[in-house]
Design a protein around this ligand. Structure first.
Ligand code: CDV
Length: 299
């Protein structure tokens, strides 16, 4: 009997600086309802899905910066998402900015969590590959201040046994690095969830939209095939705070094929029935991967 999991990539249109978190959460809930109606059991939201992509904005004041960060998950504002997951028996991946207290120090991470149909956090990932700069760049069309606002993730690339599937997480720029996939591939990962925000223009050199989309696809298609895994990649897209995000949410099969692709620059759900046994042949026969760790965390 094949192990099928119907998954949804819940692409978001822009979230403007002035938009309230409550309005964003209503949009996330609408997409979760739609995913449920479409028969999905897992929905993947973008990177920093509760706010605008704020690393494009310079702020001096820590108090102002911390308004973008979550101190607990769930909080009173995000709890409706967790309650909906229980009601709809849905698992979800959510990207957000995390303010953490570690060894009496405050740390800030670009984080994603996997939440199960019981409304509990199954696993957490903190972005490792932080792009951009720390200083203000007056000549750039917008800032990319991830290195200023976030600490480097300190949780590695773990995987979780969830819904009979070995799942892993990554965030945006991580997808451009082969080790992201390989570290999880060596733990037998079967499905990688990835949220992202990618602008259509670069700050420092010209590159066509076509090339940006090609690179987005090429890294994930190679990562999926070379590690025999599904990838669900979900964008924020459209004109956000005057800057265009490229979108291109898609679901990539372990064969390297793109099996579903968003067509709008708005809130849009794409779905696919993923056969979780498809990657086994590729992992074990095509590559004979030296898989040493079977799901580092079991929940
Ligand atoms: N949010 C990101 O990580 N964006 C990067 C850009 C800055 C290159 C990306 O890899 O899409």
């Amino acid at each position: 009997m094949s192990r099928k999991l119907r998954v949804g990539a819940a692409q978001l249109g822009p979230i403007q600086l002035a938009d309230s978190k409550a309005s964003v959460i209503r949009r996330l809930l609408n997409l979760m309802e739609e995913a449920h109606t479409s028969g999905c059991h897992l929905i993947v939201y973008p990177e920093l899905a509760l706010t605008t992509f704020f690393p494009r904005h310079w702020r001096d004041s820590t108090a102002e910066i911390d308004l973008w960060f979550e101190r607990e998950m769930p909080s009173s504002e995000t709890r409706p998402l967790f309650e909906a997951a229980v009601r709809l028996q849905m698992s979800f991946y959510l990207g957000y900015a995390e303010l953490a207290f570690e060894q009496e120090d405050i740390r800030r991470y670009n984080t994603s969590i996997l939440v199960g149909p019981d409304g509990r956090v199954v696993g957490k990932y903190r972005k490792v590959h932080l792009p951009g700069h720390r200083d203000f760049r007056p000549n750039y069309p917008f800032q990319q201040l991830e290195k200023r606002y976030f600490d480097v993730g300190n949780l590695g690339f773990p995987v979780w046994w969830h819904r009979d599937v070995i799942m892993g997480m990554a965030i945006c720029n991580d997808r451009r690095w082969p080790e992201t996939y390989r570290v999880m591939g060596l733990q037998d990962v079967e499905l990688i969830m990835l949220g992202y925000n990618t602008h259509t223009i670069n700050q420092y050199h010209a590159e066509s939209k076509h090339l940006k989309m090609l690179h987005h696809h090429i890294v994930m298609q190679a990562g999926a095939y070379q590690n025999g895994t599904w990838i669900v990649a979900t964008a924020k897209t459209g004109i956000e705070d005057g800057c265009e995000l490229m979108g291109g949410s898609c679901i990539v099969a372990p064969t390297g094929e793109i099996v579903a692709h968003a067509v709008t620059q708005e809130d849009e759900l794409i779905t696919f029935d993923c056969d979780m046994d498809l990657g086994g042949q590729i992992k074990r026969n095509r590559f004979n991967l030296p898989i040493t760790v079977a799901s580092s965390t079991t929940v």
